[in-house]
Ligand binder design. Structure first.
Ligand SMILES: Nc1nc2c(ncn2[C@@H]2O[C@H](COP(=O)(O)OP(=O)(O)OP(=O)(O)O)[C@@H](O)[C@H]2O)c(=O)[nH]1
Length: 598
């Protein structure tokens, strides 16, 4: 055990985690040239394309140092806020962390939030100043920033370039010398922390774990404490680029387990694995069920595809346990699903995967957060509102509570004014303002989560010219004055376009929505009035003027087959449009409320 080192890499998004991980694998000879491929750890197509690590992975390397052989377990962590719970579990499986800071961008919001997670878990922090090869790098200044943040010595910061290979050997030396070897007792009952799981269509769910105490053996009967289920350990092994089956994995080490579990839901990140016959009495603390934060309806474009969509969603859920959905129906869109996501990025990923992997064309409705409503009749009974249409009638409503977050934003001092006005506009209340250096400021706000869902990231980027980073954590629910703004097209309410909005903003947002919809909905053969309403009261109105693009006009008289062909063609062009009453609505219109300021 004294020659094992478990470490993770933490960083703000795009500071170079994955690239550095690749370099470490190369340097330790863990990959052959043939296996070399950019961003080895990001093995989902989507991950490569978006350049972000969606799921965390683990990999083992051998390294000899001063004549001794070491096993280094690298646990890669995702960088986006939507997946922060996974970061925290990966961190809990390690004794040390490489804290990567981009030498051009310095410390950003997630650098700090991830660092706090690591410090909470008593990890040894090795600061790495990455991208020193960049012409825009500011190594001295950024080193000072790191020293200020960590209270360490400047000599402890390792200058590196994951691109050119500078500093890689120093990093490996630091891992061995500075990260403590794992503690743990092989003779104790088995206690292993689940930090990740991956769905494999052929072998079922692969569970990644770190053994804290005891030994996990092939064919042992193991129990997952949180779910209470028992399985046979069909295969255990260590993770290299491929899996290496072993007979046992001992305390301190990291490995994978295959038990024939078929659904990702059964394996929960943060759970404890123990021996079914002589179980440990204490589960590893900190287990938390991940809760979806953002809800939206997903509907098939073609109503006939409903069953197929259900099958696709079920398959997606097999390998993404954080996706939740239940059937719902909308007067406008027919049958579909109300889905819960970890955040907006997660929503986009699911939508994209449905289209790519399952060839489904779907309509996503206005996303919203989960509210708690209370009626006058039963003021103590929580009604969970994941869909605007679930909000009780205003006349019966006692109060509504909405989820709040603590938002942390780091920006340059020049943009503090802009960022503040944006956050205040978004109903934020400033809590703190700290100068990290003379140039860089950390601002904290209490804000409604719903405001983050609605175009916050893009606006923040714009007002700060890209020099702002953002992180958030939920802080519970607070009472709020919310109303439901409905949209009527051609005098018919389109329930899928309804949104819950703070009463003070309802008028201006209702007006903007009508304007936006007028721009997005194509003209049709008749005038279409667009109205925004609160209850029975119309608060805004726009009209789409009639126009007919008659594709069959150039067909003379009787040639019906040609006419049909043209109509067919026109129908294809309408993909991703939904007929609601007699109005056709394109997908963008359903998301219009998110982009009111474009
Ligand atoms: N010039 C230079 N570019 C680098 C270096 N390290 C990484 N990059 C580039 O920075 C970008 C982001 O690197 P990634 O490794 O994908 O960043 P990441 O932190 O893993 O990002 P996520 O996985 O999305 O959290 C890529 O375009 C890399 O090629 C470096 O040392 N020098």
């Amino acid at each position: 055990m004294k020659n094992i080192r478990n470490f993770c890499i933490i960083a703000h998004i795009d500071h170079g985690k994955s690239t550095l991980a690749d370099r470490l694998l190369e340097f330790t000879g863990s990959v052959t040239d043939r296996e070399k491929q950019d961003q080895l750890l990001d093995n989902m197509d989507l991950e490569r394309e978006r350049g972000i690590t969606i799921k965390s992975h683990a990999i083992q390397m051998d390294y000899s140092y001063k004549g001794e052989q070491y096993v280094l377990n690298l646990i890669d962590t995702p960088g986006h806020v939507d997946f922060s719970y996974e970061v925290s579990r990966s961190i809990a499986a390690c004794e040390g962390a490489l804290l990567i800071v981009d030498a051009a961008q310095s410390i950003q919001a997630q650098t700090i939030s991830n660092l706090y997670l690591a410090l909470e878990n008593d990890l040894e922090i090795i600061p790495v100043l990455n991208k020193v090869d960049l012409p825009s790098a500011n190594p001295e200044e950024v080193t000072d920033d790191i020293v200020d943040l960590l209270g360490c010595d400047a000599s402890e910061v390792i200058p590196a370039s994951a691109k050119t290979g500078i500093g890689i050997e120093e990093i490996l030396t630091a891992i061995i010398e500075r990260v403590p070897a794992p503690k743990g007792d092989e003779s104790e009952p088995l206690q292993a922390l689940v930090f990740d799981s991956v769905y494999n269509p052929f072998r079922g769910v692969e569970t990644y774990f770190r053994v804290i105490n005891g030994v996990i053996k092939k064919n042992q009967l193991v129990k997952f404490i949180a779910t209470g289920k028992t399985y046979n350990a069909d295969e255990v092994g260590t993770l290299r680029l491929k899996q290496f089956p072993r007979n046992e994995i001992k305390a301190g080490d990291v490995g994978y387990l295959i038990t024939g579990i078929k659904e990702a839901k059964e394996v929960k990140v943060g759970d404890t694995i123990t021996d079914a016959k002589s179980p440990t009495t204490n589960a590893i603390s900190g287990f938390e069920d991940v809760k979806p934060m953002v809800f939206a309806g997903i509907y098939p474009v073609d109503t006939e595809d409903y069953e197929e969509l259900r099958a696709s969603m079920e398959k997606l859920q097999l390998n993404d346990a954080s996706l939740v959905f239940s059937a719902e129906s909308s007067a406008a869109l027919g049958f579909g699903f109300r889905c819960g996501f970890l955040g907006m990025l997660h929503l986009e990923i699911i939508q994209e995967r449905l289209e790519r992997e399952f060839d489904m064309t779907v309509i996503t409705t206005v996303p919203n957060v989960s509210y708690h409503a209370f009626t006058r009749k039963e003021p103590d009974q929580i009604i969970i509102v994941n869909n605007p249409s679930d909000l009780p009638e205003p006349s019966t409503l006692d109060r509504v509570e909405e989820p709040y977050i603590k938002a942390t934003i780091i920006t340059k001092s020049d943009f503090v004014g802009n960022v503040m006005s944006l956050c205040i506009e978004k109903r934020g209340v400033i809590k703190n303002q700290t100068y990290l250096t003379t140039e860089r400021v950390e601002l904290t706000f209490d804000m409604p989560l719903a405001e983050i869902v609605f175009d916050f990231y893009d606006r923040l980027k714009t007002v700060s010219k890209g020099y702002a980073s953002f992180d958030y954590s939920p802080i519970g629910l607070r009472e709020s004055k919310l109303v439901r703004v409905d949209i009527l097209l051609n005098s018919q309410t389109v329930d899928a376009l309804s949104a819950l909005i703070h009463a003070d903003n309802a008028y201006s947002i209702g007006k903007k929505m009508c304007e936006k919809l007028r721009a997005l909905i194509p003209r049709q053969q008749f005038d279409i009035p667009i109205q925004a309403a609160i209850g029975a009261k119309i608060i805004s109105r726009e009209t789409i003027k009639a126009l007919r693009k008659d594709v069959t006009a150039k067909c003379y008289g009787g040639d019906i087959s040609r006419k049909r062909k043209l109509l067919e063609k026109q129908k294809k062009g309408k993909k991703r449009m939904r007929q609601v009453g007699n109005v056709e609505i394109p997908q963008e219109a359903f998301m219009a409320v998110l982009k009111l300021n474009d």
